[in-house]
Design a protein around this ligand. Sequence first.
Ligand SMILES: Cc1cc2nc3c(=O)[nH]c(=O)nc-3n(C[C@H](O)[C@H](O)[C@H](O)COP(=O)(O)O)c2cc1C
Length: 348
Amino acid sequence: MSTYKEITIFYFSGTGNARRIALWISEFANKKNIDCQLIDISKIDIRELEAFNTDRLIIIISPIHGFNFPKITIDFIRHLPKGKNKVVLMNTRAGMKIGSFVTPGLTGVAFLLSSLLLKTKGYRIAGQIPFDMPSNWISIHPALSQKTIKFLHKRNYYLTERVCDKIFSGGTVFTAYKDIIQDILISPISLVYYIAGRFAFAKSYYAGNNCDNCELCIKQCPVKAIEKISNRPFWTFKCESCMKCMSNCPQKAIETAHALFLVTGILTTSIGSYLLYKLFPDNLQFLFIKFIVLNITFFALLTILYKIQQLLLKNRFIRKIISHTSLTYYKFWGRYKSIPDNKWKKDS
Ligand SMILES: Cc1cc2nc3c(=O)[nH]c(=O)nc-3n(C[C@H](O)[C@H](O)[C@H](O)COP(=O)(O)O)c2cc1C
């Protein structure tokens, strides 16, 4: 017997993992005759949401970006109307597989912060559940093998089924508690990612040689972060690095500009050290001052160099050179996209 007659699942998803879990929950809910509504938070105007019936279960599911929920998910939670509903928080993290061992991702402050925000609005937290779906962060590592991706999908499908059984019958599931110490310990890094890291990653993408200007990346970007400059896609600081553009590009033309980061890093150390020496010769031992000066230098250089790169990309020859210095350009690196159920079910 299920306790709930109605469930609303709010999800955000870059490469489909969080959406996949949302679809599985709705499949299990339908089997129990629960009315399940699925809402993509990047497609709604949150200000138009009205308070929910109190007996409706709310599920929020989103990937983890930099040991926290991405800004779009946090903004959504911040703007939710007040309510007394039970809320289950879920995330999809970077699962990997080494031998037969699945290495879990890191949730960081995502659940702590959002639970706090929801509680101040009157909601009751009925679950905090991480799912170790395949890592999609292919700017920093090659795409996982199809075998691993299928394995992790299958594993999470059955985990979702078990979790749903418990939640639908009115129970609570707090599997995230077992990671609480590590989540608190990495919270300073989540702050650094939120105030600086995500803006740096926003400038790591460019459209390489294969771009045919179809503008799919611009049209599909969930946060409208991609503009057209010099007749090519240009990533603004609004980008959340969700990987949707890279994952969906039919030409696999979107790359990570590894060389740009290498050059910016090298210039930052030399120019930043010079500035520190000139501006604060007596305070060189202060870590905080060093951190601020180096960060300002890094972002100023990155902004300028990214613009220059955009202009240079117009030239076919230079575009080829830039592509060859991007690891994502090489076939072995691959792209990531969550796979439909029939693919992993067929092979298992
Ligand atoms: C920019 C970025 C940052 C990420 N940071 C983390 C992280 O801090 N911890 C983690 O476990 N996974 C991290 N990941 C991996 C994703 O959370 C994970 O692959 C997720 O399942 C993707 O879900 P989606 O397909 O719904 O977007 C990150 C991915 C990206 C693109």
